[in-house]
Write a protein that binds this ligand. Structure first.
Ligand code: 4AD
Length: 462
């Protein structure tokens, strides 16, 4: 086999370069009983291969799709063909053909190869990719090999849906006339409490990785109108759960001159529009159905439930708090309880009006009940909280009292406080965790599967 050499037949028509998806603009004719097929050139990697007596079937993957390619005759007898390994990068030329009757292959066609060239061989034997990324590998081995696992169908499908979701958020915010800004990640103020701050030395000064861009978004309202950002947020979470990351993508928006009810209506409209947009794209819709066969767009309106009523619901359903005692007003509803409630109710919930004591310093109190805030968590079946939002305290004196109550030194917040001195307004906003949104949409067991390279306590590689 070492001696069999193949050469390209230059008398054949010049090939057209194609990508392996339905959206490729190149017009292709398939070889059939009464027509010749287009001669094409494709590049990609071997996703699967199957060697038969005189034929080699390989499924090529190029990041856009898959295609079956058939090597026959002397092409199947060369050293490169006989030793072909999965993940080898190659170039193939040939004629596009209809599938034989009864056969199945991606895109319903196959390539009858007339020439190929190896671009980059993939190692085989003990080091073959299939041995590195064994399906039964434990979670840590799989994460150590995430760079290879990304080549698999499930991991790449999630990332493609993620791309579609991000793009749908951008479009939806345009439709709502929200402007995109890009706040800093290196900061000197906290937003969501000192317990989860990543601290570092910034040229001799104490600084943090941002927990949320909210305070910066608030400063944009007077000049830019409603704003949003899609940036990384960082939380030094000291627990390992299915839904906590140390670095996550935070989709945040801030709206001016609104009521709490406006905020909830906007949030519901944005989430539903994003879902409608991704489901309207056939490629993304198919990926979502493959990942999460039971997924259906949620019915509107979302259930609205006050925190006090949720406490009563938990007591009634005998779901206890982390100490094993019945819930009472003032408890932080823990992850497990929140999840059980959401799964039993089985539809999205806007949980509102949390007590002041268990929420961040900046939240506006409710006019009808000063014990609680105009705050909202959006809870989804299977995941629990995916959004946190609120109206913001907009009175100067009230904000100064809030700093004091929380033991926060007001000086570093002068730029935030100033918003209450130069034309303050009722305003509010929210933050949505993209990985949690994806976990819900794609039916993932953990948010770690929704990241390119997840970061959580104990993992900062690859
Ligand atoms: O509820 P949180 O802490 O709210 C804020 O940060 C507000 N300042 C946002 C705002 O109003 N602009 O976080 C908002 C969302 C959560 O609902 C969750 O989806 C996500 O951010 N999140 C996390 N996702 C993954 N890992 C973590 N450790 C997360 N912490 C929060």
């Amino acid at each position: 086999a070492k001696n069999i050499k193949i050469t390209e037949d230059t008398t054949l028509p010049a090939p057209v370069k194609i990508r392996l998806d339905e959206q490729d603009p190149a017009k292709i004719t398939l070889q059939s009983a009464d027509s010749k097929g287009t001669r094409v050139r494709v590049v990609g990697r071997v996703h699967r291969e199957r060697k038969q007596k005189d034929l080699i079937f390989l499924t090529l993957r190029d990041g856009y799709g898959l295609m079956q390619c058939v090597l026959s005759g002397s092409l199947a007898k060369t050293y490169d063909a006989i030793t072909l390994t999965r993940e080898t990068a190659m170039e193939l030329l040939g004629e596009m053909k209809e599938l034989p009757a009864g056969a199945h292959a991606p895109l319903n066609r196959e390539l009858q190869v007339d020439f190929f060239r190896i671009i980059g061989k993939a190692v085989g034997g003990d080091d073959a990719i299939t041995n590195r990324v064994a399906e039964k590998g434990d979670a840590q081995t799989l994460l150590d090999n995430r760079h290879l696992l990304l080549r698999g169908e499930k991991a790449s499908a999630v990332l493609l849906v993620r791309d579609a979701i991000e793009s749908a958020f951008h479009q939806t915010y345009r439709e709502h006339r929200c402007r995109k800004v890009s706040p800093p990640a290196l900061v000197q103020t906290q937003v969501e409490g000192g317990a989860t701050l990543f601290k570092f030395d910034y040229y001799g000064e104490q600084a943090y990785l941002t927990q949320s861009s909210q305070l910066y978004l608030e400063t944009c309202l007077p000049s830019l109108g409603d704003v949003y950002c899609i940036e990384k947020s960082f939380r030094a979470e000291k627990s390992l759960t299915r839904r906590h990351l140390s670095e996550y993508t935070h989709i945040e928006a801030e709206l001016d001159f609104i009521t709490f009810d406006d905020l909830l209506t906007h949030l519901e409209a944005v989430m539903c529009r994003v879902i409608d947009l991704v489901l309207a794209d056939p490629t993304t819709a198919r990926l979502i159905t493959d990942l999460n066969p039971g997924f259906a767009a949620p019915a509107r309106p979302f259930l609205r439930m006050r925190y006090a009523d949720a406490i009563a619901w938990l007591v009634e359903h005998e779901i206890v708090n982390d100490e094993g005692a019945p819930h009472s007003f003032g408890d932080d509803i823990a992850e497990a309880a929140e999840r059980r409630m959401t799964d039993i109710i089985g539809r999205p919930i806007f949980l509102t009006h949390f007590p002041t004591e268990i929420k961040a310093f900046y939240m506006q109190r409710a006019a009808d009940d000063p014990r609680v805030t105009e705050s909202v968590d959006c809870l989804m079946p299977g995941v629990g909280e995916i959004v946190g939002g609120s109206m913001r305290m907009w009175d100067y004196a009230e904000l100064m009292d809030a700093y004091k109550r929380e033991g926060i030194a007001p000086e570093p917040y002068y730029w935030y406080t100033d918003q209450r001195r130069y034309g303050s307004t009722p305003h509010g906003g929210y933050g949505l965790g993209l990985e949690r949104f994806l976990a819900w949409l794609c039916g993932l067991h953990t948010v770690r599967e929704a990241c390119l390279y997840p970061r959580y306590m104990g993992r900062c590689k690859p």
